[in-house]
Design a binder for this molecule. Sequence first.
Ligand code: 3HC
Ligand code: NAI
Length: 694
Amino acid sequence: MTSPVTIQSHGDVAVVLVDNPPVNALNAAVRLGLCDQMAQVLADPAYKAVVLACAGRTFIGGADIREFDLPNGGGGPGFVEINGFFENRIKPVVAAIHGVALGGGLEIAMACHFRIATRDATFGQPEVKLGFVPGGGATQRLPRAIGITKAVEMIIGGEPIGVNEALGLGLIDDLFEGEPIAAGIAYARKIISEGRPFSALRDDDSKLAAARDNRALFTDSVAAAVKRTPYKETALACAEALGWCLDMPFDEGIDRAWDCFLTMKDSEQSKALRHVFFAERSINKIAGVARDTKRREIKSVAVVGAGTMGGGIAMSFANAGVSVKLIEVGKEALERGLATIRKNYESTAARGGMSKVDANKRISLIQGDVGLEHVADADLIIEAVFETMQIKKDVFVEIDKYAKPGAILATNTSFLDVNAIAAVTRRPEDVVGMHFFSPANIMKLCEIVRGKVTAPDVLATVSALARHIGKVPVVVGVSFGFVGNRMLLPRISQTGKMLLEGAFPQQIDGVARKFGMMGPLAMGDLAGLDIGWRSRKDSGEVSPIDDALCEAGRFGQKTGAGYYRYEPGSRTPIPDPDVEKLIVDTSRKLNVTRRAFSDEEIHERLIYPMINEGVRILEEGIAERASDIDLVWIHGFAWPIQTGGPMHLAERVGLTRVAERLEHLAALDNDNSLRPVPLLKRLADAGKAFVSFK
Ligand code: 3HC
Ligand code: NAI
């Protein structure tokens, strides 16, 4: 078998070339190849210097994450051993970097004596986002390369930096134009001809001196970085490992960090985060849409409706530097919408979230117009008007009249039938759902709703565009509430039931918060309880506690009272004895005997019925993959990413256990709707995972 690592001989310079598409990940074969080839070039007296370079679109993207669950990590040498070859004291090694140097890739580059890079290269240690500390020495070498404060920021923050910053910090020595092999050879020749001395980062503690003298430099930067990250537990482990570079000999720090990495990569949290990593990549594969499908050109975007969602969607485009036209029925509504957008940007700038110049630039990218005829020059039109079928149909008839041929017509409907909306147009194949989540300028999810006849190039285009504006596009099918909102319904029903039968809002929300999510009742107060109440009045449905709260004028945060009370100007929910009384009175009125709910039961009732609905969605083909459902919840509802999403969680808990608990709840409530759906039972009985279902 040929190795993905080869030696190219260029006189007295040896190029060690990694060729492992697509991202030159360090799998077992690459790791073995690196050790073998480096041993050879170091031993060969013909070579005076070595270049490490990569073929394809990038330098090394990191360890091969796919191997992490294999026995013994896929075998092959470990990072400490590999880096030892590059860090040798015999011959200078130049890393010639193009594309990205991430994780283990940057760690190998830091073991080299010199690093040069192309202008578009980026450098990062994203391990924190995968639930472990860097294992290949970044916690010890990066602080020696760039100082502890910046190393803390990069390792705990997990975000990459660009070449200018890398150059300024001393992470790289020089820039190059063109091709990495030629540039690496030229640089190596220069070193040889100048007889330039070379040293390894392991032997240079100069950038650690300040923090060794003044520990606060380290602890303060850790405190700031930990505060910002959602990955607190891993961040603290990274901080501890970074501290070793100040307190112990280099090799001891390296060995400890490696052990720490090995333990943490097998944790539940790391498994969940890796699941999310691959889930985010698999959404690029859309059934029936070839990867090379030609996308339509989107040069101009119009959003119809300047309310809560239309404004947020327009901001999402402006935030990505894309200009957008906001269209309303009347001047007053338009001005109101534009004023809200302006206020949002201005208050972000006032809080220091962006510069005033930046805020003004974004505001200027959003232009308003009154009248649907103004969609005429748009390549993509996103409708975000009231959630009423007849209004949507009327608006789409008009849009269809004015939009140019080939334009994509999208609806942001939360629940309505996209096929029925498409059917009123003369071009149903150009109609698609783009369901953003509130607040649309913040939440990353965009459910791309595929109608019966939506064209493949429409799906490919809107998915790519959503990605371009920083969203996570998940293709879903038409169904009431699609994926996210549909799964929310059983949770809402369980919450109402628990309140009526014995629980109080603070107890239910406390359980959700402990799990890592915003409490459903505090979320209800934030969204406003009156919306559901008004629509229930129309439909004749009842939700006893919600209805009683609204009849008492408690609509949520906007009225200073809902499930909780709120001090003026504050968003902090405060448990309210009046609400407890209202709840107890409502139970009494309906002759419901209240009982105690354990936290465990609340947890199960909040989560298992929605997982059950998720399985039903999978079975019906409304979601293509269970992992798509996980992304919907993580990016649309702030589900704690460390658990990998509801479907991943179900598999980790065990599908058999989930099915058993659902049976238990169904029997307890005498409610067949809680019974595990057939697919869940089938998979549980067969001991299979969701991925086996197609
Ligand atoms: N291991 C295995 N597969 C990887 C991978 C990795 N580290 N990085 C990317 N891939 C795969 C993707 O799953 C995808 O596969 P697919 O085509 O079958 O779906 C393919 O490579 C291309 O990936 P992207 O679609 O993400 O390509 P982009 O060009 O958009 O991005 C990238 C490239 C910036 C390298 C991005 O893939 C990325 O961020 N990868 C992860 C980087 C990372 O986290 N590295 C650290 C790994 S852990 C580590 O190194 C531990 C060390 O400390 C010991
Ligand atoms: P909203 O009531 O805040 O805004 C709707 C806007 O549409 C109003 O400004 C109204 O003047 C305008 N409008 C009505 N008819 C129009 C027409 N013919 N032409 C141009 N503008 C017209 O409503 P919101 O909350 O923004 O919801 C809009 C859509 O987004 C709905 O379909 C809703 O279900 C969906 N949605 C709402 C979410 C939320 O949390 N509010 C989340 C995700 C989707």
